[in-house]
Design a protein around this ligand. Structure first.
Ligand code: 6PG
Length: 239
C-alpha cells in the first residue's frame, strides 16, 4: 500500500490526470476502464480537471463507470453521475457511449443485475472477474467505501459484481460494486481528504479495524494508493 499526501485539489487533479495518461499509454489502443467515486470530495477534482486539462483528457479509449451510485434520476442532486458528467465528462467532450452510468431510475434489483451484465460484457477479465484499470474510491466517516456500509459488510465478499445497498440512516437505495470486484482492479486509489476523515484513515491504515468495509479493500490484482492531505493524514505517525 502506498500513501501520497497532497496539498490541494490541484495537485490531486494533476495526479489523477497523470495516472489516466500513463494508463492510456500502457494500454496502447485498448479501452481504459475507470470507475469514479461519488460524494462531495471528487467534485472539486472534477472541476479542476476540466479547468486545467479540458479536452486533453478526452480520449475515446477512456470509459467511465461508477463504483457506486444512488438509485435516483440522472439529474437528481444525489446522483454521482450527474456531478461527474456536469463538472467534467460533458464539458471535456467524453462521448456518451463511453459513459456507463448506473440507471438510477430503474428498479434497484433489476439495475444491479443489468449493471453487472454490462461490466461483464465490456471489461477484460483476470482471476475470473472483470478488471477496472482505475478504481477511485472515497472513504465515509463511518468507514464505508463505494456503498458498502458497515451494516452490509457482507458485500465485501459477495460473489456478485454489483449489488443493491442501502444507506444506514436514510435507507436510500444504491447500486454498489462489491469487494472482490473492487479488489480485482489494477489501480485502486483511495481519496480521503479533510480533518473529518483523519480518524477513519487511521482506523483503516494503522488499526486495520475489520468492522470497517474500507479495511477490506486490498490490491489483489494491482496496487492500492491512499491519496490524503495534511488534515486527513494527521493521525498517521512516521509517515
Ligand atoms: C457515495 C460514495 C461514497 C463516498 C464517501 C465519501 O456515493 O457517497 O461513493 O463512498 O465516496 O461517502 O464521500 P464524501 O466525499 O462526500 O466525504
Amino acid at each position: 500500500m502506498n500513501i501520497e499526501i497532497y496539498n490541494n485539489t490541484r495537485e490531486i487533479a494533476d495526479a489523477f490526470a497523470s495516472i489516466m495518461q500513463k494508463t492510456a499509454k500502457q494500454n496502447e489502443n485498448k479501452a481504459v476502464h475507470i470507475a469514479l467515486s461519488g460524494g462531495s470530495t471528487p467534485k472539486a477534482i472534477f472541476r479542476e480537471l476540466t479547468k486545467k486539462y479540458g479536452s486533453e483528457l478526452c480520449n475515446n479509449r477512456f470509459h467511465f463507470w461508477w463504483g457506486d451510485d444512488r438509485c435516483v434520476a440522472p439529474d437528481h442532486d444525489d446522483s454521482n453521475y450527474k456531478w461527474a458528467r456536469e463538472l467534467w465528462l460533458q464539458p471535456i467532450g467524453i462521448p456518451e457511449e463511453n459513459i456507463h452510468r448506473v440507471t438510477g431510475e430503474n428498479k434497484p434489483e433489476d439495475e444491479a443485475l443489468s449493471y453487472s451484465e454490462k461490466i461483464k460484457k465490456l471489461l477484460p477479465k483476470a482471476n475470473g472477474l472483470p478488471v477496472f484499470d482505475i478504481m477511485l474510491l472515497g472513504l465515509g466517516e463511518d468507514g464505508h467505501t463505494a456503498s458498502i456500509f458497515p451494516h452490509q459488510i457482507g458485500y465485501i465478499t459477495s460473489p456478485e459484481i454489483a449489488v443493491v445497498a442501502s444507506h444506514p440512516e436514510s435507507g436510500q437505495k444504491r447500486i454498489s460494486l462489491t469487494g472482490p470486484l473492487i479488489n480485482n482492479s489494477k489501480n485502486i486509489i483511495f481519496l480521503a481528504t479533510g480533518v473529518k476523515k483523519a480518524a477513519k484513515v487511521k482506523e483503516v491504515i494503522i488499526d486495520k479495524n475489520e468492522t470497517l468495509p474500507a479495511s477490506h479493500i486490498k490490491a489483489e490484482n494491482g496496487q492500492l494508493t491512499w491519496w490524503l492531505d495534511e488534515a486527513s493524514s494527521k493521525l498517521l505517525k512516521n509517515l
